[in-house]
Design a binder for this molecule. Structure first.
Ligand code: HEM
Length: 75
């Protein structure tokens, strides 16, 4: 898998580019197609970063990532 830096991930925050990416446990997922991540925002969480620690606050598990494509790994 391709490796991206935190800086490269930050560009996919839903504001600067059309892509919306989120990292979880070192894997970067493309959530651009999700209606729940429009403009990179999801219930006060922002895309373009590693949200591993924030997932504990979510009402769901990491199963939500299953339907999304892994685009790479976070450096
Ligand atoms: C307080 C925080 C959060 C709330 C209230 C929340 C709420 C929700 C809800 C209601 C859904 C749709 C129902 C479901 O799939 O269970 C959802 C989906 C999702 N959430 Fe969260 N979430 C939170 C935090 C997070 C965090 C931190 C992440 C990333 C690590 C995340 C990633 C996702 C993803 C990828 C989906 C699937 C979107 C889709 O299917 O289009 N969520 N979330």
């Amino acid at each position: 898998m391709k490796i991206y830096s935190a800086q490269q991930l930050a560009l996919r925050n839903g504001q600067d580019r059309p892509e919306i990416w989120v990292a979880y446990r070192g894997v970067i997922y493309d959530v651009s197609e999700s209606r729940l991540w429009k403009k990179g925002m999801h219930y006060e969480h922002w895309a373009g970063q590693d949200l591993t620690e924030e997932l504990v606050d979510a009402p769901h598990t990491e199963k939500v990532f299953e339907k999304f494509r892994a685009v790479g790994q976070l450096q």
